[in-house]
Design a protein around this ligand. Structure first.
Ligand SMILES: [Mn+2]
Length: 274
């Protein structure tokens, strides 16, 4: 995808100790704006390269600093960030990117963590760690983070695909409550299934890996299902988790020696009769 209303920049200018917003704005220019070969430069926050006006040279693009078109510090609008301004200019129709940048904007405007600090290490902590490791080498921080942002984007693409596949789900009744079955390249989504009221869900993915999982706070016991599967699909590598709420035949962590021969409908039939 090439830049829409933007010449491919030769220099991208961010601020020293680049934060998430600044790094994502750079990443969008690199990945969606054809600026893979652009030089990166870092200036004190608020300033510009050589103190020139931010947008004076179309080949020099400032992000999150300098007061130009990709700096949001002239506004208190919490829906704006440097990353959001760059996204709108370069790839306004990319849904996965929109989701990623929406979170960046919330984090940049400190909206996500108003009440208490998150318990878990997050992407801001990761960036803070890189800035601590390389305090005088913001280029290093950017080069380290670009692949992480690629991975985040890949994750968002997968979520978009899962939501599309979820629209074609099959719902069925089990003795424990609602079951949902879905078939997709990426398998199933516990988040989607449980948010639609399922007690358990079954999935089959592109590679033929299958699984059944039940809500943690449920009385589901998959042992009898496992026993049936051993009988009718005995050659396949079905694995029953000790919690008895997870039944798997193939995962990326543990590729099966033998795939299940069952279709997703076959698996649903077993779940229904139990
Ligand atoms: Mn910002």
């Amino acid at each position: 995808m090439s830049g829409r209303s933007l010449v491919t920049p030769h220099i991208i200018v961010g601020h020293l100790a680049p934060d998430l917003d600044c790094l994502v704005a750079i990443w969008i220019l690199v990945r969606f704006g054809g600026a893979a070969d652009a030089e990166l430069a870092f200036v004190p926050a608020g300033r510009t390269l050589n103190d020139a006006a931010a947008d004076a040279d179309p080949l020099i693009v400032h992000v999150d600093t300098g007061g130009g078109r990709f700096d949001h510090h002239h506004s208190a609008d919490p829906t704006l960030s440097a990353a959001e301004l760059v996204r709108r200019a370069l790839a306004p129709d990319d849904e996965a990117l929109r989701r990623l940048v929406e979170q960046v904007t919330r984090i940049d405007n400190a909206e996500a963590f108003t009440e208490r600090q998150p318990v878990f290490f997050n992407i801001n902590d990761l960036i803070a760690g890189y800035n601590a490791l390389f305090p005088n080498r913001p280029h290093h921080v950017a080069q380290a983070m670009l692949p992480n942002l690629d991975a985040w984007y890949e994750h968002e693409l997968r979520q978009v695909r899962l939501e599309q596949a979820f629209k074609r789900r099959r719902e069925f009744q089990t003795r424990w409550g609602l079951g949902i079955a879905m078939q997709s390249d990426d398998g199933g989504s516990s988040r989607l299934a449980y948010s639609h009221g399922a007690v358990l869900y079954a999935y089959r993915d592109r590679q033929g890996y299958m699984g059944v999982a039940a809500q943690r706070r449920s009385s589901v016991d998959l042992k009898p299902v496992y026993q049936t599967l051993k009988r009718i699909d005995g050659d396949a590598d079905w694995y029953l988790h000790p919690s008895r709420r997870l039944l798997l035949c193939g995962t990326a962590k543990a590729p099966p020696r033998r795939l299940s021969t069952l279709s997703l409908d076959d698996l649903v039939s077993v779940l229904k009769e139990r």
